[in-house]
Each structure stands twice: as C-alpha cells, then as structure tokens.
Design a protein around this ligand. Structure first.
Ligand SMILES: *Cc1c(COP(=O)(O)O)cnc(C)c1O
Length: 431
C-alpha cells in the first residue's frame, strides 16, 4: 500500500491504523474524514528529533496549522513539543481555546488586520512574521500600548523556484507574500524594523513552495538567506539569530511520487548550512521549519459512498459519490493527484476506468480522473487516500452540504474529534 498505516484484511477491506474502514463508514456514515493520530505524532516527532539532532537543541519545527486546523490538532502539537504557525485570528482563537501556549505561536500572513494584531498582542503571541510596512507600524503601535517589545521575524522572498532548483528573477519575487531581497526592498525594510522602539527583529523567514522532494531547494534558499544575514550585518551591524526556512517537504499521494526520508534531508540541509556559515563567518542560526502537509497528509483518508455509475457511450464513465469539492477542493483547484480504492473490495481486479465525481453542481467538481477500480456499484465505500492536509481546512458548505466529521483513530480505537455539521449549523448565522 501507499503508506505503512494502510493494510487490507482477510475480508478484502481497507484497514487504517488497524481499524476496518468499512466499519467506520457504517458507524459514522459518509462522507467521513479519518485521521490516524499515531501517524501525526510520528511525523511530528520525526521533525522534532531530526531538527534537534542536526540543527541543535534550539531548533524548532512549527506546524503550519493552515494544513489542518481544529482544537485536537493543537493539543497534539503541544504534547509533541511543536510550535505552530497561524495565519488568522480564527486559527489563533482555535489554538488558544485548545490550551496551546501563545508564546509558541508564529503569526503569518500578508494582511493581518488591526483587530488581529491587537488580539494577538493582548494574548502575548510569541512572534509575528512581518510582511509589510503597514503591519509593522501597527505592531509597533499596539506593542507600545501594551507596554511590551514584540518579537518579529521578517518574511523575505529569496527568489527561488523549488521545482527548477534555481534562483529566478521573477515568479517567487513577484508574489503577494514577503519582501524581495533582490530589489533591495528587504534590506531597506530591515532598517525600518531596527528603528522601531517596540519591535525586536529576531531573524528572517522564507517559504519557497510545496511538494519539495529533496534538500536542494532548501540549501539554495539557505545560501541566499545566509548571504542576506551577512549583508545586513555589514549594512546595519545587526546579526540575525533565527533563520526560518519555511515549509514544503513533499508527500506521497500516488505510487509515482517518491517516498522521502525527511530526517536525512534535514541532515543534508544542516551540513550545508554549517559549511556555509563557516565560509561566511556567521554564527550558526537557530533554524526553524514550518511543515504542514508532511505532518498531516498521510494520516488522512476520506470515505464516501458510491451513488451511481454512469457510462456515457463513446466517452467515459462517471462514478458519483456523496461528497466532493465541498470536502476536497484540491482536484478542482489544482488538478491534484490522489489514490482511490473501493474500500470494501480491495482484492478485486481494478479493470474499470472511470472519473470520480462529487455531488456539487459544478462541471469541474471532480475528485479524480482516470482512476482504475473494480466496477463500482451503488453502496460501495470509496476511499481517497492521503487527504489529511488541505481537505478539511479548505472545505466549504457549497450547495449547503454539511461538512463531514473527523474521526481520529489510535491504538485500535476510534473517536469523533470534529462532529458532523447539522442543518442547524448551516442556518446558525442566517438572521
Ligand atoms: C503553506 C505554508 C507552509 C506549509 O507548507 P506545506 O507544503 O504544507 O509544508 C509553511 N509556511 C508558510 C509560510 C506557508 O505559506
């Protein structure tokens, strides 16, 4: 199977973390998100341990909670000694309400509102990752009102395209996030931050992309960032303590995706940084990383019930299920690849070529095209693998479809951690 937490039992059913998925579909109904808690903890520990071992004790992984945000995930992150990054007051509120310590949170985003900045400062958030002039002024003002000095990192764009493994002039520089090194604007911005009374610049941040399958783009980014650290030391006499290399390690969605050894990649990045620091004569920074997808994606499976199989003669066959872009918009948005199975007939021959469609009223609201399955029939349980990241967090109520519950499985037991939405939830805000 695609990942080691997935197996098939004697009845030919898909088993997730030791539990028969068809039993879960029967018990909780479909559509249903299943999350393997032990896998999430294992992924978190892998980062915590590898980063401590190779980057040093001060290094911290921050869980990029936009990938999957609900109270339970912040509780797990706290127990596993992860910090978190958040991008809205809503994520901040959810984390606080789960008891996650504000000091271990990093607030991201290219448009933090005054209300959000005040809310975060009132709760004594650990860090803001500053993105623009306007929010720098606002952070300084509210920190002054609160009588504190607020720690910040500056988000810069190093101009790296992770999929060509090269520094580029456009692309990453031309984006709404961060401030460009190449145009000279990042260097000027550092001067602005250093002049603020109530803001303390602790270091720099970059995020180069997603689905990165080796260490090279991170090493390229580190080169540019370390050179920037040296330049800022020359220009302002300021030496950054922290270097945040962002998120982006890749996840295996389909058989053709590589399986990467994240710990080994971290080791290689660390050796690269160490050599470069010696060359440039800068102190080895405290390294942060921000994994999202690689923490939660492979812990998730979504279950649906097949409703119809429609073959359009001379064209193709559509298999329609009881969810869709309302619970997983990623194929509609990006054409993302997924592995699909019939969970109750895993041992049967997958000889039927089809397109899996959701139930939303959009022609492009598909879950996957060109899928090979044993000929499905109404009532079969269809499983989409590796849906732990950017599925629930991107779900919507389009067509007034209730969002599915999340059932967490661990140690052979299952429990609801997010309940299914009800019709009352759908109309709760309607006056
Ligand atoms: C999205 C994002 C991440 C997480 O990326 P993954 O590909 O999910 O690991 C981390 N940092 C920032 C700034 C992001 O925007």
């Amino acid at each position: 199977m695609l990942h080691s937490n997935l197996t098939v039992n004697e009845e030919g059913h898909l088993v997730i973390a030791g539990i028969d998925s068809t039993m879960l579909a029967q018990k909780y109904g479909t559509p249903l998100y299943i999350l393997d808690e032990d896998r999430i903890r294992k992924n978190m520990r892998l980062y915590v341990d590898a980063m401590h071992e190779y980057f040093g004790r001060g290094a911290r992984p921050l869980y990029a909670s936009k990938a999957l945000s609900f109270r339970g995930i912040y509780k797990i992150a706290a127990e596993e000694k992860m910090c978190v990054d958040i991008v809205s007051a809503g994520e901040l509120y959810t984390a606080l309400s789960a008891g996650f310590p504000a000091k271990d949170m990093y607030f991201h985003g290219n448009n933090k509102t005054d209300t959000e900045i005040r809310y975060a400062i009132d709760n004594r958030i650990g860090y803001f990752i500053v993105d623009n002039d306007e929010e720098l002024d606002a952070i300084d003002k509210y920190a002054a009102q609160a009588g504190i000095v607020q720690d910040v990192l500056l988000r810069v764009t190093p101009g790296i395209d992770p999929h060509t493994f090269a520094a580029v002039n456009t692309g990453q520089v031309d984006c709404q996030f961060g401030i460009s090194i190449e145009t000279g604007q990042a260097a000027r911005f550092v001067g602005n931050i250093l002049n603020k009374q109530h803001v303390s610049l602790r270091g720099f941040h970059c995020h180069i992309g997603s689905q990165i399958f080796d260490q090279i783009p991170f090493c390229d980014a580190a080169d540019i960032m370390l050179k920037f650290i040296v330049d800022m030391r020359t220009q302002y006499g300021y030496t950054a303590e922290i270097l945040n290399l962002g998120g982006g390690f890749g996840v295996r969605y389909v058989e053709t995706d590589p399986q990467i050894d994240i710990a080994d990649n971290i080791r290689l990045v660390s050796e690269h940084i160490e050599a470069r620091c010696n060359e440039l004569d800068v102190p080895y920074p405290v390294i942060l990383m921000e994994p999202g997808r690689s923490i939660v994606a492979d812990a998730g499976v979504t279950l649906y019930t097949v409703g119809s199989v429609k073959t359009i003669d001379g064209y193709r066959s559509y298999v329609s299920v009881d969810g869709g872009m309302s619970d997983n918009p990623r194929y509609a948005l990006y054409g993302s690849e997924y592995t699909v199975h019939i969970a109750n007939r895993m041992n049967e021959n997958p000889d039927f070529l089809c397109t899996v469609a959701g139930r939303c009223c959009e022609t492009d609201a598909l879950i996957q095209e060109n899928v090979m399955l044993p000929h499905p029939v109404r009532g079969d349980i269809l499983a989409v693998l590796v849906t732990g990241a950017y599925n629930y967090s991107m779900a919507s109520n389009y067509n007034r479809i209730c969002r599915p519950p999340i059932v967490m499985v661990s140690g052979g037991k299952d429990r609801i951690v997010v309940r299914r939405e009800t019709f009352e939830d759908l109309t709760a805000c309607d006056m």
